[in-house]
Design a protein around this ligand. Structure first.
Ligand code: GLA
Length: 375
């Protein structure tokens, strides 16, 4: 990989070598969807598939940024109308290292974009890690993760949480991270279940969360909290809400559904941790199924393609369970499958998907890897 990256670099920037090369993984999330911006719990990990970011100072020639896989190159000045990836780069530099001079940046890798595996946060976190090296910054990875989440909120305008950035920065090989999004405490749990494999199937329906209903969901949660607070003043976010409170309070139907999903999904994170510890794939699978049903019917962030894949997977005898993953409105389904059934399972999902939608989904096999690192 490094050789290929350097070749690309030399193609665009000539003979000198980059000062730093960073690998920033994509993130998977086993369970705990849309709970992060409600200060709840999540259970993500880092994928082996990654974005690579190569950076050097470029005092002489000004900013030059290249998205290697898109074949897009920008000689940046503030007036340029940037594509979304360029806005992430610009925002990250402005927020973390506004005094750094011009930079040469090459971005490349094998992480699918718009698949719900957080490619934009990988870009931001990888760039932060590279900029830290270049500027000699001393922040912890936790601090950098918080910078990353500020880029999303303050520059891009997505009211997201901290899950992606913590997973990308801090994950540990073969483990998932149980993260408390209020206290920011985390612990690692082995995600190995005997005789099973986790796999992603990408609907190839691309989503830009900023153009989706994502921010509306965050608003709906806040509105629900506003009403719940009248009876329970100590409630700060939906994390503090219990089933008992929900049964006592009269919320408008829409807000009741949203709140119910978050309360149940938080509970499922704890149950999934338990299932992983007990090496119980059946229980893990049933939690995935329940999570998908909630995301589809209560939180309403799924789509026809995700629902179809999840339905096929959830009916398949050799699969324990499946659910849509990430922000929603497209992207991937995460499935837990018996190892010896994997080939047939993937075949069945692909054929059925093609019959219904006229194009193939993409199978994404992955291992759980480490968080950001220098290459
Ligand atoms: C996106 C956001 C995350 C999280 C998920 C949904 O990936 O960036 O902060 O809210 O959606 O769980």
């Amino acid at each position: 990989m490094k050789e290929q990256l350097l070749q690309k670099w030399h193609l665009h920037f000539g003979a000198s070598s980059p000062e730093v090369i960073v690998r920033a993984p994509g993130r998977v999330n086993f369970i705990g969807e849309h709970t992060d911006y409600n200060e709840g719990w999540v259970l993500p990990g880092a994928m082996s598939r990654s974005v690579y970011i190569l950076v050097s100072k470029n005092e002489k020639d000004g900013h030059r940024w290249v998205a290697g896989d898109l074949n897009e190159e920008y000689v940046y000045d503030a007036a340029t109308d940037l594509p979304l990836w360029g806005k992430y780069v610009e925002g990250t530099i402005q927020l973390y290292a506004p005094q750094t001079g011009p930079l040469k940046i090459l971005i490349s890798g094998d992480l699918p974009v718009g698949a719900g595996v957080s490619s934009s946060s990988s870009l931001v976190c990888g760039l932060l890690y590279a900029l830290q090296k270049i500027t000699g910054g001393k922040e912890t990875k936790d601090d950098l993760a918080l910078f990353g989440s500020r880029v999303e909120r303050e520059i891009i305008g997505l009211q997201g949480g901290i899950m992606d950035q913590f997973a990308i920065m801090l994950s540990r090989k073969n483990h998932v991270m149980m993260l408390d999004c209020r206290t920011r405490e985390y612990k690692f749990i082995s995600a190995d279940l005997p005789g099973c494999k986790w796999v992603l199937i990408n609907t190839k329906v691309k989503h830009k969360l900023i153009d989706s209903d994502y921010n509306n969901r965050a608003d709906e949660c806040l509105r629900a909290v506003g009403i719940i607070k009248r009876l329970y003043p100590k409630v700060e976010t939906l994390r503090d809400v219990t089933m008992d409170m929900l049964s006592e309070i009269h919320l408008p139907e829409l807000l009741r559904k949203r709140s119910l999903f978050i309360v149940e999904e938080n509970d499922r994170v704890h149950k999934m941790v338990d299932a992983l510890k007990k090496k119980d794939p059946k229980k893990a699978g049933s939690l995935l199924k329940a999570s998908h049903a909630g995301l589809r019917d209560q939180y309403e962030v799924s789509c026809a393609e995700l629902d179809h894949l999840a339905a096929v997977a959830n009916k398949y005898k050799g699969a324990y369970g499946a659910r849509m993953m990430g922000g929603g409105f497209g992207g991937c389904v995460l499935c837990l499958v018996k190892e010896e059934e994997m080939e047939e399972f993937l075949e069945e999902c692909s054929v059925s998907y093609f019959e219904k939608f006229g194009f193939d989904p993409e199978v994404i096999l992955f291992d759980l890897g480490n968080g950001v690192e220098y290459v």
